[in-house]
Design a binder for this molecule. Structure first.
Ligand code: ADP
Length: 610
């Protein structure tokens, strides 16, 4: 009974041993194999009849034989050995990784008589583990968001890029529904994609939009694939999302730039460093008459006039050294031979690595501007010529008028003397007055032409300003009932051309008299201020509007509306101001309409002690 039971146990045990997936081998202390199960055959390749009675060294790599005997000795000595990972070799010579447990086999009395080895082939698991590690490191280091989810849309895996792209951490995302990153108006996309995946259709590069945790929209390109279990059943999907926001922005920027280039009024042309045209916009076609298709691939010299070919070398030289050429005015040739004046800006085109690969040219048609400039120059020259004619005429006419006038005046003077008592003498006197006016006008005109031709000469010397003023007042007082008041008794030495300054004074006094018909007095004053002598003439006349005060010193300028009341030519103040300016002095006026004016001029005081 007992024996039967024992037999049964033994056969059961050997059935277990045989059906085990682990290799179970027993051996003597000298290494002779005494048992070898099916799994041992499967793992090591030796059938039992080849292995049994052979030495265990048939499966131990040479370098581990020593270790093997060391362990045998330890077990023999009663030491317990923990299972450990080691290497064995198969019949075919392949090395395999096994997990080994070593135990003693004892007889009924408890004596250790042999050793059993249980070996598990862990090579495959190890490979699988490594593969897993590689995959997960790929998933985590990938720039694309990789998300896996169940068919119900529950997120099961969420890599680092997904966290970066959508803002949710792995802990926040895993276990939640994928709809957290789908905008409301795109929620139907998810069931549609699941449907496709279930039909085993891969969804590839589907362009869509998702929302990040902070509500920012993310433009993505999405690829969805099924995840299958070992039996091939689809248990979920993996979504790979690529952020294309930047690409989209770049595309939009590109489109905007292209629109700008094509709508520009300036010709925009790009070319290689060898001068081969690579782009040609609408304006270039319009400006030079060549269609884009006619010039792409051609050399830029087709629009360069032969005598300007060296410009191109200069331009390319600059571009090669990274320099920009700004507003370079030149001429190009259109298809019909027409010359186009352009202002050219050329900049280097660089590739992503910063290497200069070509040049972009922006050409603005300045033909109109150049023509206008030429026209203007022509007009200015003509105007200058006319002005010269006029000055010449004025000089000639005044000179020619002066001689007969002097003779007429002389004869009239003689006539007047000889007809003292004659009633008609008043006519002669009146005629003489008019001749004086005419003479003054002619003298003025002569002075103007002298000023114009730069021939107004000054004879500079020291003179007494007070004396000059008194003399001029003495000359003019008899012609007017208005009292001219002046109290300059001391010497006031100035430095200048006394005759010319006399002319200025007469002119100012004459105006003060002429433009103050109703006033009683004109006040003249002269004083020294630092190194200048200043003279003022004050009247109580009609005055001058403020906005006219600067104009009155211009040639032929008269305050508006005066012509009918006061005769004059508008020359006197112009000549006076030129005389003072040539003296290095100043002339100016202060005035108030209907109250009167004060005219001032200043010239250098004499440097000699008086
Ligand atoms: P004319 O007196 O011959 O017109 P002027 O060159 O001497 O030429 O003077 C220029 C203009 O300045 C005059 O036409 C007049 O309008 C104004 N003007 C000059 N002096 C006076 C003054 N004392 N009072 C008012 N207006 C004056």
């Amino acid at each position: 009974m007992l024996e039967l039971q024992e037999n049964e146990i033994t056969s059961r045990l050997s059935a277990i041993v045989e059906s085990s997936d682990d290799a179970i081998i027993s051996k003597k202390f000298d290494g002779t194999i005494i048992s070898w199960n099916n799994a041992a055959e499967k793992i090591f390749g030796y059938p039992a009849n080849e292995a049994i009675n052979n030495n265990i060294s048939i499966i131990v790599p040479e370098e581990l034989i020593e270790e093997e005997y060391k362990i045998i000795r330890k077990v023999k000595g009663g030491e317990r050995i923990k299972h450990y990972e080691t290497t064995r070799k198969t019949k075919a010579g392949h090395k395999i990784l096994i997990n080994l447990s070593v135990s003693p086999i004892k007889d009924r009395n408890g004596n250790i008589i042999a050793i059993s080895n249980i070996a598990r082939d862990v090579t495959r698991q190890k490979v699988a583990d490594e593969k897993q590690a590689v995959l997960s490191s790929i998933v985590n280091s990938c720039d694309d968001a990789i998300i896996s989810k169940t068919l119900d849309g529950i997120i099961t895996c969420w890599n680092k890029a997904a966290q970066k792209m959508f803002g949710y951490t792995e802990e926040e995302a895993v276990g939640r529904h994928i709809s957290i990153i789908i905008p409301p108006d795109r929620q139907q996309e998810e069931p549609m994609m699941i449907e496709k995946v279930l039909e085993s259709v891969r969804v590839e590069r589907f362009i869509t939009v998702r929302v990040a945790k902070n509500k920012r929209k993310v433009n993505i390109s999405l690829t969805v694939s099924p995840i299958k279990d070992k039996a091939g059943n689809i248990m979920g999907t993996s979504n790979i999302a690529r952020d294309i926001s930047y690409q989209k922005m770049a595309e939009e920027k590109q489109a905007t730039l292209a629109a700008i280039v094509s709508s520009s009024d300036d010709a925009i042309i790009s070319k290689t460093l060898f001068g081969i045209i690579t782009s040609w916009n609408h304006a270039a076609a319009k400006m030079f008459g060549y269609k884009e298709s006619e010039v792409i691939g051609k050399h830029i010299s087709i629009i360069i006039p032969p005598d300007r070919m060296d410009e191109e070398d200069m331009i390319i030289e600059n571009i090669r050294s990274g320099k920009k050429i700004d507003h370079f005015e030149t001429v190009r040739l259109a298809k019909d031979g027409r010359k186009v004046h352009i202002s050219l800006t050329v900049s280097p085109i660089k590739n992503k690595n910063g290497k200069i690969i070509g040049a972009s040219k922006i050409a603005r048609d300045i033909t109109g501007k150049i023509e206008a400039e030429e026209q203007r120059l022509l007009y200015t020259q003509k105007l200058q010529q006319l002005n010269n004619y006029k000055d010449d005429f004025m000089a000639m006419a005044s000179h020619e008028l002066k001689t007969p006038l002097t003779i007429i005046k002389g004869n009239l003077d003689i006539l007047l003397l000889s007809m003292r008592e004659d009633n008609n003498s008043t006519f002669v006197q009146k005629t003489l007055k008019q001749i004086d006016k005419l003479e003054k006008l002619i003298n003025d005109l002569l002075n103007v032409s002298k000023i114009q031709s730069g021939k107004l000469e000054l004879k500079l010397a020291d003179f007494d300003m007070n004396l000059l003023l008194k003399e001029m007042i003495r000359n003019i007082q008899p012609t007017t009932p208005i009292q001219i008041l002046f109290e300059g008794s001391n010497k006031l030495m100035a430095y200048g051309d006394m005759d010319r300054i006399g002319f200025v004074i007469i002119n100012l006094l004459g105006n003060a008299v002429k433009y103050s018909p109703a006033s009683k007095a004109i006040k003249v004053n002269a004083f020294r201020s630092e190194d200048a002598v200043i003279v003022s003439v004050k009247d109580e006349g009609i005055g001058i509007p403020r906005e006219e005060l600067l104009n009155i010193f211009s040639r032929f300028y008269r305050v508006g509306g005066l012509n009918s009341t006061f005769s004059g030519s508008g020359i006197g103040l112009y000549i006076s101001s030129e005389i003072i300016r040539r003296h290095g002095g100043k002339i100016w006026a202060e005035s108030e309409p209907n109250k009167g004016s004060i005219f001032y001029f200043s010239i250098a005081a004499s440097t000699q002690p008086s």
